[in-house]
Ligand binder design. Sequence first.
Ligand SMILES: Cc1cc2nc3c(=O)[nH]c(=O)nc-3n(C[C@H](O)[C@H](O)[C@H](O)COP(=O)(O)OP(=O)(O)OC[C@H]3O[C@@H](n4cnc5c(N)ncnc54)[C@H](O)[C@@H]3O)c2cc1C
Length: 474
Amino acid sequence: MNPSLIDHLRDIVGPEGVIVHSTALSVYECDGYTLEKAIPEVVLLPHSTEEVIAVVKLLHKEKIAFVPRGAGTGLSGGCLPVEAPVMIGTSRLNRIVHIDVLNRYVVAQAGVVNLWVSNAVKSQGLQYAPDPSSQQACTIGGNVAENSGGPHTLKYGVTTNHVLGLEVVLPDGEIVALGGAVEDVPGYDLRGITIGAEGTFGLVTQATLRLTRQPQAYRTFLAVFASVHGATQTVSDIIAAGIVPAALEMMDHLIIQAVEAAFHFGFPTDAGAVLIIELDGLAAGLDPQTTRIMEVCRQNHAREVRVARDDAERLALWKSRKRAFGAVGRLAPNYCTQDGVVPRTKVPEILRVISAVSEKYQLRIANVFHAGDGNIHPILLYDERNADETERVIKAGQEILKACVDLGGSLTGEHGIGIEKMGQMPLIFSPEDLLVMSQIRSVFNPDNLCNPNKIIPTPHGCIDVRMPRRQAPL
Ligand SMILES: Cc1cc2nc3c(=O)[nH]c(=O)nc-3n(C[C@H](O)[C@H](O)[C@H](O)COP(=O)(O)OP(=O)(O)OC[C@H]3O[C@@H](n4cnc5c(N)ncnc54)[C@H](O)[C@@H]3O)c2cc1C
């Protein structure tokens, strides 16, 4: 990039907000999807919305593409700079701007970490419900871009259900307010369409987030099964019994072993699978549901059903679950997490497919996922130094996602399309659908300057994800 342009950018964000040194830039070469890597030419870390506007206006004038980045915990390569030399990081947009307890909302800048929001309102008996397992690191901007979910999505819904308004800097530097602090804003729901757009409409600088009352009581169970089948059948049977728990999570044998080695919660390492089931709400209503869930678990031959005795035990259980991905490092040097969705009743079937794929491609695959939502997360273990194994991981992942679609599901539950699944978009969308999507994107991002080459495959050049460790842009 032109050095005088870099100087100009430095004038806007300050010297410490411009990263150009190659060693420092390598930190930004990928997100949690490590099969693809691309290093930006410059990373900018603005302090304020005003700085974002000035930077984006300058880039627009020079017709230079950029990619927004939050914490880089994304799992589909969404913040990879592909034909976008500039990365704009939000780590210094990290203020909670306003808390309105009476009207139950928070205004937070895009770089605020998800968990900070609930921590800020805990003493008022409130919480921000979306709780991705990465919530100790991921940002509100990234959550908005991916429409993130989490273990408690089953009862509370995903990010879009908890964002009232957005402030967005469009790719030409214009600032717009979408939605607001009140429930029903007249006109088209531009807030809604921006959530889940994976940063292709503009850079979100702040969001107005709905707060929810903390539940009065919880019942959190650990149900232990000899087989995956018993666990998945229990998931179906609990929902069929008319109970919608707050969370219904499953871990299989391989992941139990890694999590137990890392966190020593007391998971039985010889179990085929465990379920973490959580009920929440008014204390008075929880006992009959607890009894019914115990019955369903036993009918499906649960070896043991343990109820967390107190808050400390409940929190330890969730800590183990939410850090499960972190424990995977004990199993292999690298992993790739898939994010397919199937109708809940098809969970046993997709797990059989995953097991067959594991055998076919001679790969170890661990499973930890939001079973109640039918949102699977097979974790394909590999070593990126082994090119053949890496190739097999890509093929196996694609086969699993195709099976999800064939079973009536979808390519992504919460991690987004990014660059990872662009090539598979035609499995669920016709060329006409994809054209309409690109036309909608053009309304916000006519020159394709903000996060180009994501989500929608282009006829002239879909990203080839079968080129592991591609360093250069398209
Ligand atoms: C261990 C682990 C567990 C996870 N668990 C979950 C889970 O339970 N549920 C879930 O949904 N996801 C989960 N994820 C995925 C990931 O954490 C989420 O997608 C998260 O929302 C990404 O936030 P981020 O700040 O890291 O965004 P990044 O990875 O930095 O970016 C993600 C996308 O958002 C865009 N973006 C970022 N900030 C902005 C902004 N301000 N304006 C516009 N676009 C922006 C980027 O361009 C990119 O396309 C997990 C990831 C890991 C590593």
